[in-house]
Design a protein around this ligand. Sequence first.
Ligand code: NAD
Length: 298
Amino acid sequence: QAPRIAFIGLGHMGGPMAANLLRAGYALTVFDLVSSAVEAAVTLGAKAADSAAAAVIDAQVVISMLPASAHVESLYLEETALLERIAPGSLVIDCSTISPDSARRVARAARARDIAMIDAPVSGGTAGAAAGTLTFIVGGSTEHLERARPLLEKMGKNIFHAGDSGAGQVAKICNNMLLAIHMIGTAEALSLGAAHGLDPKVLSEIMAKSSGRNWSLEVYNPWPGVMENVPAGRNYDGGFGVDLMLKDLGLAMEASLETRASTPMGSVARNLYALHSRQGAGRLDFSSILRLIEGRAL
Ligand code: NAD
């Protein structure tokens, strides 16, 4: 029999992920601090709960998609102490991007209560969440991953097992550090070419067939007008926010401090995104870093 699911956090990513589970026929009880997000899920067939604690009553699986470590620790361990409300034997799937340490802390507390837990951060953005084509990067035991797999398959296309608890977060953080670096590099190259009178669209086509090719250039081009249906084409509205990228780069820097790994480009990237955010770009899509590189007003 299909498990009853509590889904907590219905933002840019959680909303469409929950919608895909509803479409697949699962019974969902949902909660978000923003009532319009809850209402949107209810119109798709979800049951609304008026607190996270109420949402997990009778749930065999709890899925969360929250902004950052503090929200996840507050939900499961601190203010809401949800682990004390979730029935032993249940499965928790946290899809938020948070610090590996936080993920391990929550997983340890879950284990102590006989609750299974995996960290399952995602890649693929809001478009991937809507299309059900996300990549899940899982940390935790093989047994717990296999329990989660049928649900993850309804929301994503690729499922990777990175290692034990926290390993999903480490892999996700490495990926996003690289993403920030090639987005900034792409913006910089396009800006240099344009300063020399090249058409950024032509330059993009050239680099996409040359050794500079990368995802930011080919799939998510930061120069307005080069590509349709990307945030650059709508004043950097929607997509993956500058402040979320800044958070992930901060996680990368913490992770590099813990191990004495050397991450010089990640450090520059974090500082550029911090500057961009301080200038008021926090809610714009992260490809708007082009405006900082170009020295243009927001
Ligand atoms: P978001 O801010 O749109 O959504 C987060 C939601 O959590 C909000 O609706 C908020 O009201 C809710 N929330 C916060 N605290 C809560 C609580 N205690 N109880 C219930 N609801 C609570 O963020 P998002 O873009 O959906 O991102 C979520 C996570 O996914 C982040 O960790 C982000 O780094 C990661 N991520 C985002 C993208 C992207 O493209 N947006 C891509 C991959 C990963």
